[in-house]
Write a new protein. Structure first.
Lengths: 336, 336
DNA sequence: ACGTAGCACTCTTGTAAGCTGAGTGCTAAG
DNA sequence: CTTAGCACTCAGCTTACAAGAGTGCTACGT
């Protein structure tokens, strides 16, 4: 049996109706609402064929059909009609990256706000791996008499911490030490520094305040911080009708709370550009009812940042893809 | 009718059993589990009295009793036996503030981590109002050829943003401008700067890069940023049995997502030290089933920071208060 | 050979009725 | 003042039943 044009139309109609209604689609309803030019009985036959092809599922004997993972996949790859964004959305996304700000946290925050407000998605993001970041500068900015802000600048992160100086410390010598340290470490990746920094510092420096300094550097250089998973739009997500029942919403909340799982979900995708993973295509079983559209940003051939739009499998793929595509273009351009 | 000692014991037993079990407490169970020396019938009479006094509620005719808001209040004020913290907790809290870090975001993050892991609470925090912060320094830290990190230091906040410099900008003149600006504005509160900064900058400075600079200053000085509400431990909160039903959990998620509501909840308390607000004592109706223990930190007679432990009314008040009290002591000492 | 009408069958959902268990309130006796 | 006993109440569970939606199959028409 082969997927002729009519079967495609039926599948497409089912996916789109189901996406809109969240209710299984029956043959009669479909015949009534769509002008397919055939009766419900014919549609029933087509549906039976689509089910045999593994493109539709039946929740139970008399409940109408629901797209299977493969059905969604076929829809996304071949049946879906791409949608455009509204003019103002298009421009809004462009405008987001026109500023001169070149800092990851800021770009991520902006992008997430945009994506979260643009649809019923939960948005995930991870920034570039901190261990790949290249140290540029460590500097101390005096605040007042007794306090000083340490600032660590890498190629796409800035970190700071304000500390209290002990009375017996000469600010000038601290500044000089930092300048030396800066010189010595500049151009190294965080990954590399991680090894040598402590030795270096231990060898050349001493005194109480340097405990704080080392602590600060250590904190800044700890990978966990830089790869922090950003999450927003959980209420978009949880307000989907699939989470009407207590068990479901509970499971969903648990999934959300497990940052590591969401991180895997997002990182499961590889490569640059926009990708879709549907249901069981996701690596972990707890995400088998979800789909995710990922945006991978590369830079110099390495993975740089990654965003994800998460929703039940019954997501609006056309819209998610349009958004993702546009954000990818704009962000990729801004960064490269 | 007056609250004699036995009534107090009964109320206390009901509160504690209910806190532990989340199920309404019946007279027979109470007689069996607590050694009150009287029969269930007597307890029934006492319960009826307590209900008449407005200290107990009945969910329905045959469901056992549940403490009313006033019942909880009386329990907290007069019946509850204060508990101590475990030795290691006590020391852990102390240790948290021994470091020399004097930056609000850091202290808040540390404190929240502690509180969230210490019990089944959701933790809220707001830092000091940014508009009261006193500007210390604005400085530019060079990153590489074309980029620069702007750093703004106030007495308890540091903000930064990395921006790309236009080719035609002389980094030295930028640095000079910032130094001038710093000199002019140092010692002013953000609130005051907010008015004058734009005029000042507009009058003395010009050129494309200064748009970014002004934008950065504006962002830093926008009060919303500085008063950002920190939230953690939502899973502690949502895993409480009161949220077993879908509607409840849904409402709770919505409440959490509404940052402004949580902000009001937290800010509803006034004054320094540890306070408890129970159920309807909270200003907003959507929090009438919650209780919050707040920790208010003052500094120089002004409200500085505020933390909140949020849980269903059926919270473990003794533990929450012990934690809050200890954190308050330690933090107050560290800051003042 | 394909499309359609009709019909029997299946299965979920919603509703009503009955039962059970936990708890209360009241009364009378100790 | 306390307690035992008993009638009464009510949420929640179970069962039964009807309604509604949908399917699969068969027979018929083009």
């Amino acid at each position: 049996m082969v997927l002729d044009e009519r079967k495609g139309m039926v599948l497409r109609a089912i996916v789109e109706d189901y996406v809109a209604s969240a209710e299984p689609i029956g043959s009669r309803t479909l015949a009534r609402t769509h002008n397919l030019g055939v009766s419900s009985a014919t549609i029933r036959n087509e549906m039976a064929d689509l089910e045999a092809l593994g493109l539709l599922d039946k929740p139970h004997t008399s409940a109408g059909r629901v797209p299977s993972d493969r059905g969604y996949r076929l829809y996304v790859d071949r049946l879906m009609e791409p949608v455009g964004l509204a003019e103002h959305e298009f421009l809004q996304i462009q405008g987001l990256y026109l500023s001169r700000v070149r800092e990851m946290e800021y770009l991520i925050a902006q992008t997430m706000r945009l994506l979260t407000n643009a649809g019923d998605f939960m948005t995930l993001a991870v920034g570039p791996e901190l261990r790949r970041a290249v140290l540029m500068r460590i500097e101390a900015v005096a605040a007042d008499e007794g306090r000083m802000a340490l600032v660590l600048v890498t190629d796409y992160y800035v970190q700071h911490r304000m500390i209290e100086l002990p009375d017996d410390l000469d600010p000038e010598s601290l500044r000089r030490t930092l300048r030396d340290l800066s010189e010595r470490l500049r151009g190294l990746t965080v990954e590399k520094i991680n090894r040598s920094i402590l030795e270096l510092v231990a060898r050349e420096l001493s005194g109480r305040i340097y405990d704080e300094l080392i602590q600060f550097l250590h904190d800044c250089l700890a990978p966990s911080e830089g790869e922090r998973l950003h999450i927003s739009g959980t209420s978009n997500f949880l307000s989907q009708p699939e989470f009407r029942e207590a068990d479901r919403i509970r499971a969903a909340v648990q999934l959300i709370e497990q940052e590591s799982l969401l991180g895997d979900l997002l990182r499961g995708a590889s490569g640059a550009g926009v990708q879709v993973r549907i249901g069981q295509e996701n690596p972990m079983p707890s995400a088998r009812d979800l789909s995710i559209v990922t945006i991978g940003i590369e830079r110099g051939g390495e993975m740089f940042a990654r965003f994800g739009l998460v929703a039940p499998k019954r997501m609006d793929y056309a819209r998610a893809l349009a958004l993702a595509q546009r954000v990818w273009q704009a962000l990729d351009e801004a960064i490269n």
